[in-house]
Design a protein around this ligand. Structure first.
Ligand code: XMP
Length: 326
């Protein structure tokens, strides 16, 4: 019979057979798939794997710590973190258009990743080693979506590393390519990854930047990061985090409305809650969250997040609305 334990054993054997004595790189996004793929490959080839994490400054509260501390503690993986927040913020300054933001983030992500590759190769240069393999957390639905093609470095969205220098040739290692999300989570648990990583909801690569309607600034990121942390905390307490697909929290940075707090007038920004239920994110329904939970989130956000005086609920399905606002 198939148990998760022997699926894990088999996947580890396959990675060993493919990679042999080669060296591998894996970009960690903070998400479930890349974390599980990396943990599996590290179990298979140990020190021959280097994980790369680009901190673009658009992450949620606690995410960097999860990768740097919890992931590393659970796996013993070798990790290089690239501190790119200042660069990303600088490049995003003055930009409000959603597609322009995404393009900038995609471009900078590739640049940062390239820098990391150079760094890793630099380490290895003394022993004449090269990096031969790139590990990716491709799942079965991704394989199907891209027409079942295999072996090509065609990665969704901004995690595309097709822009790497041409003299760097990678072979892809995709140990999860026959698995579905729930199976990947089971594999992650079997490998000892913490629940905060394994049970995590999807989060877009461009991060909080595409949840700020308007220009991305450090101050706005701080507001949104706090509001998002409150919403996640309350959804977890209510046991709803595993029941919904995800709940983007959006800052309408260019909108203000009049409010009253204490005995004073306020003129602050709205925060949008976008809880959705979905099977695969291709379509989604807005989640009918209990009023008490919505009330707690609203009260806490307006009390605890400076400059936010209103919380609104998005009751649009997909289609016509996409899950993210940008
Ligand atoms: P939309 O907004 O298109 O989102 O309905 C569908 C799902 O994809 C996630 N998403 C992204 N994930 N890079 C990612 O890795 C991206 O650029 C990106 N944009 C959207 C979104 O969170 C939802 O789960």
């Amino acid at each position: 019979t198939w148990t998760t334990a022997n699926i894990v054993e088999q996947l580890i054997e396959q990675v060993r057979a493919q990679v042999g004595d080669g060296r591998a790189l894996c970009g960690l996004s903070g998400g479930v798939d890349s974390a599980v793929a990396a943990a599996l490959v590290q179990r298979a080839i140990g020190e021959k794997l280097t994980c790369v994490f680009v901190d673009h400054g658009l992450l949620r509260e606690g995410e960097r710590g999860q990768v740097e501390n919890d992931f590393v503690a659970a796996t013993g993986a070798r990790l290089v973190t690239i501190d790119a927040a200042a660069t990303f913020l600088g490049e995003l300054a003055g930009v409000s258009d959603p597609e322009a933001k995404r393009k900038i983030i995609g471009r900078e992500f590739i640049r940062s990743f390239e820098g990391a590759v150079t760094e890793v190769l630099g380490d290895a240069a003394s022993t004449g080693a090269t990096v031969d393999f790139l590990v990716q957390g491709t799942l079965y639905p991704d394989v199907v979506e891209s027409g079942g093609g295999s072996g090509t470095a065609n990665i969704k969205s901004h995690h595309n590393v097709g822009g790497l220098p041409e003299d760097l040739q990678f072979t892809l290692v995709e140990p999860l390519r026959l698995l579905f999300k729930d199976e990947v989570r089971a594999v992650g648990r079997e490998l000892g990854l913490p629940e905060e990583i394994v049970g995590r909801q999807p989060f877009p690569g461009p991060g909080l930047a595409i949840r700020i309607v308007g220009e991305v600034t450090a101050e706005r990121l701080a507001l949104l990061r706090r509001a998002d942390a409150i919403a996640r905390e309350e959804l977890t307490i209510a046991g709803l985090d595993q029941q919904i697909w995800q709940c983007p929290v959006v800052l309408l940075a260019d909108v203000r409305s009049v409010g009253v707090q204490g005995d004073g007038r306020t003129y602050g920004h709205p925060i949008v809650l976008r809880p959705v239920s979905s099977e695969d994110a291709m379509t989604a329904d807005w989640s009918r969250l209990p009023y008490e939970v919505l009330e707690t989130i609203s009260t806490r956000i307006t009390n605890e997040v400076p400059d936010v005086n209103r919380v609104v609920l998005d009751v649009t399905s997909k289609p016509p609305g996409t899950i993210e606002w940008e």
